[in-house]
Design a protein around this ligand. Structure first.
Ligand code: NAP
Length: 464
């Protein structure tokens, strides 16, 4: 069999998912000008860019500038976009495998981890990921509503998503109006009665997963004071030893310094407050028909046999009245029919990005990148190195002739989608959506007013 990658026999790659991981994978492919490619990127939404569009907090517009880099990749002559195509519905994993020399799975981690406590499903208790998708105008979440009629919201978790949702709950309307927050979320948040957000971490300040800029921002909110009781910063021996050891990275040390600064502040007089409370795990969410309170178990820390610092329950509890609980304890990847899946970690098993079957064999021709490869960790840029590793494995398989023989040609995917009557959106269609959104935004002095329904998006794409 001829090694694919020549004009007569281009290397045909499908990338499933158009978030950062997918785009860095495409970029790593195109970094080889000596190879001829056909790269088709497939996304279940009509719009590209994954969590850069539907995850990054709207008050962080600079982070979204990375889209310019992805647009450059999308401008490559060998790149095509097929939006509004759900793998498992419009096309199966097996079909992609039979059409393309290689398939790179880059579909991220679209659902959330559960706490597994009583009351978790009461109205008023939501995954923070749902709230994030809602305020970002993700079409699957546009019809959600959140109880913003209450005075206190509790956010569970000490990661950057927890920081994002805490901030969004207390940003003044004027600060939201200049962003690309979904129009319905701007209205709902402007009318919100929430004036206190309690952010709860199960371990201590030295273990919080926030990064430094996100902590700093919590202390710089225009409409909310940051509250941290100094007793919260009395560190246990294991955390003190950790911070003094080589294991502690600068991020953790700087977080603790920033927390100390918060604890030393005089009580402010801003209309709202964000309070950080550590060493607490939710035990139950209480309420008659809706969230009315959350019961927190107070923890202590200990080092396990491996030296990791963990939390354990002391048996002491406290109950906090609240009307909204946002559980921000991590995203979770989901399985795709026909692909191996590690349900515990929520990832596709792989070795350096090469998929591993349930029988433990590596599968040349099938690759993974991003959160579905390594789990939901790291920032956007982390995906660049991650994709480089995977694409290196793909090229090894090309060079050693390990890719299985495939039957598809340039028209295979669009023909299949046309046959099935699937309304797919190409990159020009996305450009039309983009132009409509930015035009709508311009009149209001906003970066864009997002379309938040698939039908509207497909219509806008067709009218290009
Ligand atoms: P994360 O950083 O992994 O944080 C998850 C948090 O949930 C941790 O504090 C964790 O505590 C806690 N947790 C997990 N299970 C729990 C349980 N059963 N009970 C109580 N707490 C529990 O996840 P994330 O905030 O969802 O963020 C995902 C990734 O996206 C991260 O890498 C993050 O940095 C990134 N991100 C970046 C930005 C940005 O750059 N601005 C914005 C948003 C997200 P333990 O530490 O004790 O496990």
């Amino acid at each position: 069999m001829a090694v694919p990658g020549t004009p007569g026999s281009p290397l045909r790659v499908a990338i499933v998912g158009s978030g950062p991981a997918g785009f860095y994978a495409a970029e790593a492919l195109f970094a080889h000008p000596e190879i001829d490619f056909e790269v088709d990127m497939i996304d279940r939404l009509p719009t590209p860019f994954g969590l850069v569009r539907a995850g990054v907090a709207p008050d962080h517009p600079k982070i979204k500038n990375v889209i310019r880099r992805y647009e450059k990749t999308a401008g490559h002559e060998a790149y095509r976009f097929f939006g509004n195509v759900a793998v498992g519905e419009a096309v199966s994993a097996e079909e992609l495998e039979s059409i393309y020399d290689a398939v790179v799975w880059a579909y991220g981690a679209s659902t959330d981890r559960k706490l597994g406590i009583p009351g978790e499903d009461l109205p008023g208790s939501h995954a923070a990921t749902e709230f994030v998708a809602w305020y970002n105008g993700h079409p699957d979440f546009a019809d959600r509503s959140f109880n913003l009629d209450c005075e206190r919201a509790v956010v569970i978790g000490n990661g950057n998503v927890a920081a994002d949702v805490a901030r969004m709950l207390v940003l003044p309307p004027a600060e939201l109006e200049g962003t690309d927050t979904a129009h319905f979320a701007i209205e709902a948040l402007a009318a919100s009665a929430v004036n206190e957000v309690l952010v709860v971490g199960r371990r201590g300040p030295a273990q919080a997963a926030f990064t430094n800029p996100e902590v700093r921002e919590l202390g710089e909110l225009t409409a909310a004071d940051i509250i941290l009781d100094p007793t919260q910063l009395e560190l246990d021996a294991a955390s003190t030893a950790f911070l003094e050891s080589d294991q502690a990275d600068a991020t953790k040390r700087k977080n603790v310094e920033a927390f100390r600064g918060f604890a030393e502040r005089e009580r402010g007089n801003k209309p709202k407050r964000v309070e950080l409370r550590f060493l607490r795990s939710p035990i139950a969410i209480h309420g008659e028909g809706r969230v009315e309170a959350i019961e927190l178990g107070i923890n202590e820390l200990y080092s396990d046999e491996s030296g990791a610092i963990r939390a354990r329950d002391t048996g002491v509890t406290e109950t906090v009245e609240c009307g909204l609980v946002l559980r921000s304890i991590g995203y979770l990847g989901t399985p795709v029919d026909g692909l191996p899946y590690d349900a515990h970690r929520g990832v596709i098993p792989n070795e350096r990005g090469r998929m591993i079957t349930a029988a433990g064999e590596s599968q040349p021709g099938q690759y993974v990148v991003g959160w579905i490869k390594r789990g939901p960790s790291g920032v956007i840029g982390t995906n660049k190195k991650d994709a480089a590793e995977t694409i290196a494995a793909l090229f090894e398989d090309v060079a050693t002739g390990r890719l299985p023989e495939r039957a598809g040609d340039h028209e295979a995917l669009p023909s299949l989608l046309d046959e099935r009557g699937a309304s797919y959106v190409e990159y020009d269609g996305w450009r039309a959506i983009d132009a409509l959104e930015t035009d709508r935004g311009q009149t209001l002095g906003r970066p864009r007013v997002k379309l938040t329904s698939i039908d509207e998006m497909v219509d806008a794409a067709k009218r290009r």
